[in-house]
Design a protein around this ligand. Structure first.
Ligand code: 5GP
Length: 191
């Protein structure tokens, strides 16, 4: 998606540890008009699929997933991150290793909001090593819902997540794939 790539080139900031900061339009301040165009692009790319629910993960996935859900005319559910040890039986839960924070946390979704008959599109802002996406896919599996595909705004193609997910035969659509980024020069190369 050229418009998105242009925006990343213009406003993206490369930080230590292979982190791309896009706080001015995606992760802190949010450009909702751009989100809408992103939603339409996902709608086009998943036009062949039947989708009746969108699933994302707090916090940074929520804004984008809400706008995408509006374009798809379906509800959106976000998995919550929790440190509670004793999780009640009315939730599905799994563990996720965080790329940005380097620790493991539990994610949960209430059984009430995900289950058989749901055809789920997972939406997230970034794909790096794929742990967040794998965790969300696990929740879908536990619930008995169908995992239709995953829509990612920015994939860091030099990390393993994209290959891992695609090798499983999952329908993955990333709107901008960064093949390399240089902290010194600020140069970002897209696939
Ligand atoms: P993964 O689980 O694929 O390793 O990482 C994906 C999650 O980590 C995303 O939900 C995103 O919030 C965060 N993340 C990973 N890499 C980056 C990055 O370069 N920039 C930002 N802003 N978030 C990232």
């Amino acid at each position: 998606m050229e418009l998105l790539k242009e925006r990343i080139r213009k406003d993206g900031k490369i930080k230590e540890g292979n982190v791309l900061k896009v706080d001015s339009f995606l992760n802190h301040q949010m450009d909702v008009e751009l989100f809408h165009k992103i939603g339409e692009e996902f709608k086009r790319r998943f036009a062949e699929e039947e989708i009746n629910k969108i699933l994302t993960i707090e916090a940074s996935g929520i804004g984008i997933a809400c706008v995408v859900a509006e374009v798809f005319h379906v509800p959106v559910v976000f998995a919550k991150k929790t440190q509670t040890k004793n999780i009640a039986g009315d939730v599905y839960t799994t563990k996720v290793e965080s790329f940005t924070h380097g620790r493991i946390y539990d994610i949960i979704v209430a059984k009430e909001f995900l289950g058989k008959g749901d055809k789920v599109l997972i939406i997230d802002d970034f794909l790096a090593n794929g742990k967040a996406l794998e965790g969300l896919a696990e929740l879908v599996k536990l619930s008995g819902a169908e995992f239709v595909g995953a829509g990612i705004v920015i994939e860091k193609g030099f990390q393993v997540g994209g290959n891992v997910i695609r090798s499983k035969g999952i329908h993955l659509e990333s709107l901008a794939i960064v093949d390399s980024m240089d902290e010194e020069t600020g140069e970002i190369v897209f696939r």
